[in-house]
Design a protein around this ligand. Sequence first.
Ligand code: NAG
Ligand code: NAG
Ligand code: NAG
Length: 277
Amino acid sequence: MHSRTSFFILSILYRFHILLAQNYDEWPLQKNQSFPTRSSPIEIFTNEANFIRTPTPLTFYVDYSENDELINTGSAVEVHTKHTSETHVTGGVLYDDTYIYSKCRFYWNNDIQGDTRLRINGDGKPLEVQLIFYNNKYNNFTDALGYPDGLLVTSILVDVGPNENLDFNEFGNHLDEIEKSNTKINITSSTVFKWFDIFSVIENYFAYPGDYGGCSCATSIVCIARYNRPYISERQFTKFQNLKNADGGILENLEEPHGRHGRPIVYSNTAQEIQIS
Ligand SMILES: *[C@@H]1O[C@H](CO)[C@@H](O)[C@H](O)[C@H]1NC(C)=O
Ligand SMILES: *[C@@H]1O[C@H](CO)[C@@H](O)[C@H](O)[C@H]1NC(C)=O
Ligand SMILES: *[C@@H]1O[C@H](CO)[C@@H](O)[C@H](O)[C@H]1NC(C)=O
């Protein structure tokens, strides 16, 4: 409780640095800029982030009508699109680049007092929703994996607390159906997206160069929903806690944050979601 309170105070009162003209080159990143390591996720300290004013807000165009697959892989829970998705994101720290939605992954800590992999000023959440997109200048996700500007990863941290999120229940029932490892079911994108905000107007986000599964190929965007942070109840969270891994044990995917290693972090504060279907 104490750490959450101090997090809010910190995030409201913290005076972010204005990005100075002489280090503006730090962002957008040169597409081929190399870093000694780009491992994600990291722990973000807001006093290390430079505020950036982008020409347009980061904008998510979301199609709620698509048919996807929800999968328990035995080591993760993922949603995969079956066809090229209409859901995409552009603007903000992406400038003119457009990234097409490809998959969604869930990371959680079965201890609801614990954190997932991402932390901000020492504070994490037990559940993280990660959306993975690929740059539309490449043919498909696999093709995009090979390029420094190939992928975009966005993370949304979800609170677990006393209140039920009614929009979660349909998704929660589907989690029951994939309790066993190596099972998958059909699911619509609305069932996946509707219980957390992808984004809505005036949110705050951090961005830094990250990676995906060890390849040096992702621009990572880390998101915090400050005013309408998504949440589910402890009862609803048991749907994740009941999932089984490949050995029939408890599925969980914990990882410690990686080092920042001199990578730039920027902070911006306008993002929005536009429903396209
Ligand atoms: C990145 O690309 C620019 C121009 O496209 C080139 O001048 C520069 O040498 C490249 N840097 C690296 C590290 O490859
Ligand atoms: C992805 O694009 C590449 C290059 O066009 C192509 O060779 C490959 O078959 C495509 N992969 C899939 C899964 O469509
Ligand atoms: C899932 O959808 C595919 C078509 O995309 C269909 O062939 C398959 O039978 C469906 N599976 C279930 C369990 O409904």
